[in-house]
Design a protein around this ligand. Structure first.
Ligand SMILES: NC(=O)c1ccc[n+]([C@@H]2O[C@H](COP(=O)([O-])OP(=O)(O)OC[C@H]3O[C@@H](n4cnc5c(N)ncnc54)[C@H](O)[C@@H]3O)[C@@H](O)[C@H]2O)c1
Length: 295
């Protein structure tokens, strides 16, 4: 069975690690922050045990958790068939990582990025084997979301693309094929458009956060609304993705908003810190944030 190395143990890297281990693969998880590794491992344990207790995964929680090892450096990438990068959305950071992975990994190892916005062709450009670089764009929270966009860079080989579709299917995820490597791919363009509009309506005082979320739920059958989705994803990640779009010259798809920037500056990063567009209370309920109080 293939071995998988995940780089970045944040919201996405943790979820990807869990789903890949649930799929039966051995996973090594690395982050430059030991604190991130520790807290993500706790989250993976909690989530895996919950899913196992509900009979939603085929193996025991112990079997899944035994397949995951946290590591302190990149040395084991040379033994893996897959590397999935899930660090901050920053083109220079990611390019540096791909350049380094290119020298450390065997030529047949597939190098994947979970980028939300940056074309794969650009991330592959510093490598000597761009044909093995691919986009595997998971959606969060990964253990709950079945979608993965599989993005073919200009130089990604057909064999790597086909293998990636097979890999995603083997995880029980649904692969959507992105055949042209454009900023934001498919889904973030669609969801970004609705979030941009939702933010504008709320910023102008035309609708409340809660009404927009409830409206999309009751009117369009969304499980949760755009502000709840943003809180789950992390508002700091939205700001980084917006900046990445701007740096790519793709302003028309960037979600940028003064309110979003102010919320991040005030530490309202979303569910991971207990406050974003909602305050998440210890009893499990949530209260919409009064945006008129933000400085
Ligand atoms: N949040 C979402 O809903 C979502 C959805 C799809 C894709 N993405 C993309 O996934 C990626 C990660 O997003 P996230 O929400 O998990 O971010 P996050 O902030 O939760 O985690 C990023 C992690 O990367 C680590 N990191 C930074 N530099 C590193 C390095 N050089 N080596 C190893 N680890 C490093 C950080 O310590 C942090 O733990 C981004 O590219 C983002 O655009 C995010």
């Amino acid at each position: 069975m293939d071995k998988v190395f995940v780089l970045g143990a944040g919201f996405m890297g943790g979820g990807i690690t869990q789903v890949v281990a649930q799929g039966g693969y051995t996973v090594y998880l690395y982050d430059t922050s030991p604190a991130a590794l520790e807290s993500t491992l706790k989250q993976i344990r909690w989530s895996t045990e919950k899913l196992a207790s509900k009979g939603k995964i085929k193996d025991s929680a112990k079997a899944v958790l035994d397949r995951i090892t946290t590591v302190k450096d990149l040395s084991l990438v040379s033994q893996c068939q897959w590397v999935i990068e899930a660090v901050y959305e920053d083109e220079q950071l990611k390019k540096g990582i791909f350049k380094d992975l290119d020298t450390r990994c065997k030529p047949e190892t597939i190098l994947a990025s979970n980028t939300s916005s940056i074309p794969i062709t650009r991330l592959a450009s510093p490598t000597t084997h761009p044909e093995r670089v691919i986009g595997l764009h998971f959606f969060g929270p990964v253990p709950m979301m079945k979608l993965v966009e599989v993005i073919k860079g200009e130089k990604t080989s057909d064999a790597v693309f086909q293998k990636s579709l097979y890999f995603i299917n083997s995880l029980g995820q649904y692969p959507v094929k992105v055949m042209k490597d454009i900023p934001g791919f498919i889904m973030n363009r669609v969801s970004g458009a609705s979030f941009r509009e939702a933010l504008s309506l709320v910023e102008k005082g035309i609708a409340s956060i809660e009404d927009v979320d409830k409206g999309m739920h009751y009117g369009f059958n969304w499980n949760i609304g755009p502000f709840e989705i943003a809180d789950n994803a992390g508002l700091d990640t939205y700001v980084r993705v917006g900046k990445a779009f701007q740096a790519l010259g793709a302003e028309e798809v960037a979600v940028t908003s003064e309110l979003l920037e102010k919320m991040v500056a005030a530490g309202r990063l979303g569910r991971k810190v207990g406050k974003g567009f909602y305050d998440y209370l210890p009893d499990g309920t949530k209260v919409p944030f009064d945006i008129t109080t933000i400085k």
